[in-house]
Design a protein around this ligand. Structure first.
Ligand SMILES: C[S@@+](CC[C@H](N)C(=O)[O-])C[C@H]1O[C@@H](n2cnc3c(N)ncnc32)[C@H](O)[C@@H]1O
Length: 269
């Protein structure tokens, strides 16, 4: 890590590293395991492997917040051996986080293997200010640097995605990527069979996804973290308990976020 880096490395409980932003002190992953979170919060709940096995030959993924590329690597690993092709649009505002990630040690053999093609692509993306790069024989990624609110709109291809990893910083430090407007823009790019996963369990986020026309359900618990949210079309989702379901079904109210959990969703734990 260069001494001037705005990102500080931190080992998490499964041995993999995350990065902490010096700007606001928030980590890119849960301290209970960065690699664990990538696999269990994002790649598995979007059912990539199962969908490949049932005949979906290309899976188009929208990866919001490239960060260390761990979610991307987890998606590739899920599809390993299935023969399905992973076509990714990955959006990141800060090239510095990617640069810092490329300097991190990789001690775990499985993670090193999964991340190898991602690192090659991210190195090329940094050198070229973004662009489309191979992820080995079974994937490619287009990395776009800039604010996802704008870059998502500008990236007209693909028109729709089969999966979305919604992994920005918390509402407290990155409110722009949790607005109704942005969530509706994301939902509008989800196809007829599409799944979104996020760590957020905010009532307001769940309502906004529902108002945008998606079915909404409960995401898995990962490590020490509470359940997140799944949203999508064309899939049955794990249901909320009756009380949460009633709250989610209520109309979205205008004004500031009334959900107290939203402010503390990303503790370093
Ligand atoms: C929680 S980290 C993502 C971790 C990543 N998914 C991974 O697998 O390592 C959030 C990322 O969102 C990026 N980000 C923050 N605001 C953004 C914006 N407006 N547009 C695009 N990316 C943004 C941050 O720079 C950071 O890399």
């Amino acid at each position: 890590m260069t001494p001037t880096s705005r990102w500080r490395a931190q080992r998490t409980a499964d041995g993999s590293f995350t990065l902490i932003s010096a700007e606001h002190g928030e980590a890119c992953h849960s301290f209970s395991g960065a690699w664990l979170q990538a696999r269990e919060r994002y790649a598995r709940p979007c059912r990539l492997r199962e969908r490949a096995a049932s005949g979906e030959r290309t899976l188009r993924l929208l990866d919001i917040g490239t960060g260390l590329g761990l979610n991307l690597a987890a998606a590739l690993a899920e599809l390993d051996g299935t023969g399905a092709f992973l076509d990714v649009l990955s959006l990141e505002i800060d090239p510095e986080v990617v640069r810092s990630a490329l300097e991190l040690a990789l001690e775990d053999a499985e993670l090193a293997r999964a991340l190898a093609p991602v690192r090659v692509a991210l190195r090329d993306a940094l050198a070229n200010g973004g662009g489309a790069f191979s992820l080995g024989a079974n994937g490619r990624v287009r990395v776009v640097f800039g604010d996802a609110r704008r870059t998502l709109v500008d990236a007209v291809e693909p028109a729709t995605f089969d999966a979305v990893f919604l992994d920005p910083f918390s509402q407290k430090v990155a409110p722009d990527l949790w607005t109704e407007e942005f969530l509706a823009a994301v939902a509008a790019r989800m196809g007829e069979r599409s799944l979104l996963s996020t760590y957020s369990a905010s009532l307001r986020v769940r309502r906004a996804l529902r108002s945008a026309g998606l079915a909404v359900g409960v995401g898995p618990r990962v490590g020490t973290k509470s359940a997140g949210t799944l949203a999508g079309r064309g899939f049955d989702l794990p249901p909320f308990d009756a009380r949460t379901a009633r709250k989610v079904a209520r109309k979205l109210l205008p004004g500031p976020n009334p959900d107290p959990r939203a402010e503390s969703e990303r503790p370093f734990s």
